[in-house]
Ligand binder design. Structure first.
Ligand SMILES: Cc1cc2nc3c(=O)[nH]c(=O)nc-3n(C[C@H](O)[C@H](O)[C@H](O)COP(=O)(O)OP(=O)(O)OC[C@H]3O[C@@H](n4cnc5c(N)ncnc54)[C@H](O)[C@@H]3O)c2cc1C
Length: 290
């Protein structure tokens, strides 16, 4: 049985307390949220924090709510709570689609929004979905808060914009009228990590596309935003031809790697199909047809 190296444990009583603990214990301390990524990494000795600062008791960091023109997700909101949220069901079907295919109920009951984004695994589904949504991440430190676009938040595999003495507290998603969204993933078996996955968000202006967001998972070393495909859609008619063109462009520009989940050509093909499919579904939802 794999066991982690020894570590000390601190349970934070507030965000301020968590930040103080992280600062006091230095760069070898790590926050722990659901523990579904960090603990496996510790057991494999891929992470060896000397102190864990548990965020589990911080009710102030949990929940989904509409605040002004944004939907706010507390960092400690569990996957299961995202899936059960009426606000998400009404405004952000892309997250319902994504959460349904993340792991299993056991993982979804513990894993959190903040932990998922901070893990920065290139195969992680919520980062792709939040990238498509052009969400922002609120990062708190002892000197105050800063807001970073999720597209700038991931610096590379397992690397983010969060410093060792900072915490993610919230994720903000703008609410936009006439907007539809969808997520689709191909996995080898139910609940597995993606072979490839795509999320699409479309805002319509009449029959034309006012704006588009496309996020991808498991297509290379970083979370990938299909910029060329997004640009091809802006101002284009919301038709199957536009979606097919965007799917082909997305596939052309991804850089997947061959691994146990499949060869490069297969993953590229999946990107084309999934981008086209999610754009089609997002457009139907924006029109209120699905
Ligand atoms: C069997 C299994 C299958 C899975 N399948 C999928 C899947 O199909 N798709 C998918 O997307 N995910 C999948 N996951 C991952 C799952 O979604 C995890 O919940 C998620 O990656 C991490 O969330 P967590 O709350 O458990 O984070 P933790 O493991 O607690 O933390 C992860 C990292 O984030 C840091 N961190 C956590 N919270 C904060 C914060 N607020 N501020 C700053 N840093 C923070 C930690 O220090 C750590 O470095 C799977 C996990 C398991 C165990």
């Amino acid at each position: 049985m794999q066991v982690p190296a020894s570590f000390a444990y601190e349970r934070a009583s507030s965000v301020r307390d968590a930040l103080d603990l992280l600062r006091r214990h230095g760069p070898d301390a790590r926050p722990i949220a659901g523990g579904h990524s960090l603990l496996p990494m510790m057991k494999l000795r891929l992470a060896e924090p000397t102190v864990l600062v548990d965020l589990g008791g911080l009710a102030e960091l949990a929940g989904v709510a509409i605040e002004g023109t944004n939907i706010r997700f507390g960092a400690m909101t569990r996957h299961a709570d995202v899936l059960a949220s009426p606000v998400v069901a009404e405004h952000l079907p892309i997250l319902v689609d994504a959460e349904r295919v993340i792991a299993d109920p056991l993982v979804r009951n513990r894993g959190t929004v903040g932990g998922s984004l901070c893990q920065a695994d290139p195969s992680e589904d919520l980062s792709a979905a939040f990238s498509a949504l052009r969400a922002s991440v609120v990062i708190s430190g002892t000197n105050g808060d800063r807001v970073v676009a999720v597209r700038d938040f991931h610096r590379g595999p397992y690397e983010t914009a969060v410093a060792h003495d900072e915490l993610v507290t919230d994720v903000l998603v703008p609410i936009r009228p006439r907007t539809g969204s969808a997520y689709a993933k191909v996995e080898r078996r139910a609940g597995d990590w993606a072979v490839a996955a795509a999320g699409a968000v479309l805002t319509l202006d009449g029959d034309r596309i006012a704006d588009a967001g496309i996020g991808l998972a498991a297509v290379g070393a970083t979370h990938f935003v299909a910029v060329e495909a997004e640009e091809s859609l802006r101002g284009a008619p919301a038709t199957p031809a536009s979606f097919t063109t965007a799917g082909a462009l997305a596939a052309e520009h991804v850089r997947p790697v061959a691994d146990q989940r499949g060869p490069v050509d297969y993953k590229r093909h999946l990107v084309e199909v999934l981008v086209t499919r999610t754009l089609t579904r997002a457009a139907a939802r924006a029109r209120g047809e699905a």
